[in-house]
Design a protein around this ligand. Structure first.
Ligand code: SF4
Length: 263
């Protein structure tokens, strides 16, 4: 095995700034084959990625982490994406139900420390269950969402999962996304029409007022200290380790040293 660091991805990230999301998805499929998956929380940007994958006829599995306390509308959106786009959707669940977790640990999501523990057990740990199955995970983070995502790279290394994270919509503006959604009638979570700008668990998500930041509705009850769940490593403060381990052959392919595939 060899090390692939974030620094080594800098050149590729610069090149990819001029690539369309569809080009980046084709690249991901070409390089990682059946060892890439796409994670979606069934929010607006995730639906756009799903639609693009379907249009490109890339049968990349969609990973959905069902914390057990999702909105019914989110589950319905997942089922529509699976049925109408014909995409393989794999649902991951935490070890304990929310009732079992509460019986053992109390109501965690009511405190800042508890929220991080709860998100780790109900989101991060279930996702980690597939870490041996994939070398890359496609996400749908956008810089236009601001906050810690304001400078989100297209490619990054996820040390905990030992995968390359790919965010093909990183440079997609709000205007580009709305235009794409309207032109293609993308399946959307109906909660977006009810004032929810971003959507997570029903315990920790509220609608937002028009003048509020997009993520103001997440963990509103905890104030500004909790805004992210940790399922996306680029949201984290600390870069605990700068590299992941992959085969040298795959690293050469990622860095364009062993393929004629160009985008
Ligand atoms: S969003 Fe809330 S309920 Fe969901 S996993 Fe995190 S703390 Fe728990």
């Amino acid at each position: 095995m060899a090390r692939l660091s974030q620094a080594k991805l800098a050149g590729l990230n610069k090149t990819f700034e001029n690539s369309s999301p569809q080009d980046l998805l084709r690249w991901a499929h070409e390089i990682f084959g059946n060892r890439v998956a796409s994670i979606s929380a069934m929010q607006k940007s995730g639906s756009v990625v799903c639609h693009m994958l379907a249009q490109l006829q890339l049968r990349i599995p969609i990973i959905f982490v069902d914390t057990g306390v999702m909105f019914e509308e989110t589950l319905q959106t997942r089922d529509r994406i699976r049925d109408e786009y014909g995409l393989p959707v794999r649902t991951l669940k935490p070890k304990q139900t929310m009732e079992e977790q509460t019986a053992e640990h109390g109501v965690l999501y009511l405190s800042v420390d508890g929220q991080q523990k709860c998100c780790h057990m109900r989101k991060v740990e279930p996702l980690n269950a597939i870490k041996d199955d994939v070398d890359a995970l496609i996400g749908s983070l956008r810089r236009a969402d601001g906050g810690r995502r304001g400078d989100c790279p297209i490619l990054s290394v996820d040390v905990e999962m030992n995968v390359v994270r790919i965010n093909p919509l990183a440079a997609f503006t709000d205007e580009q996304m709305e235009a794409y959604i309207n032109e293609n009638r993308v399946i959307l979570n109906p909660l977006h029409d009810q004032g929810y700008s971003t959507i997570g668990c029903n315990r920790c998500t509220t609608p937002v007022m028009p003048e509020e930041p997009k993520r103001a509705g997440r963990w509103r009850h905890l104030g500004p200290w909790s805004q992210y769940c940790g399922i996306n490593p680029t949201d984290l403060d600390e870069d605990t380790s700068p590299a992941i381990e992959l085969s040298q052959d795959l690293i050469d392919r990622i860095l364009g040293q062993k393929t004629d595939f160009m985008i």
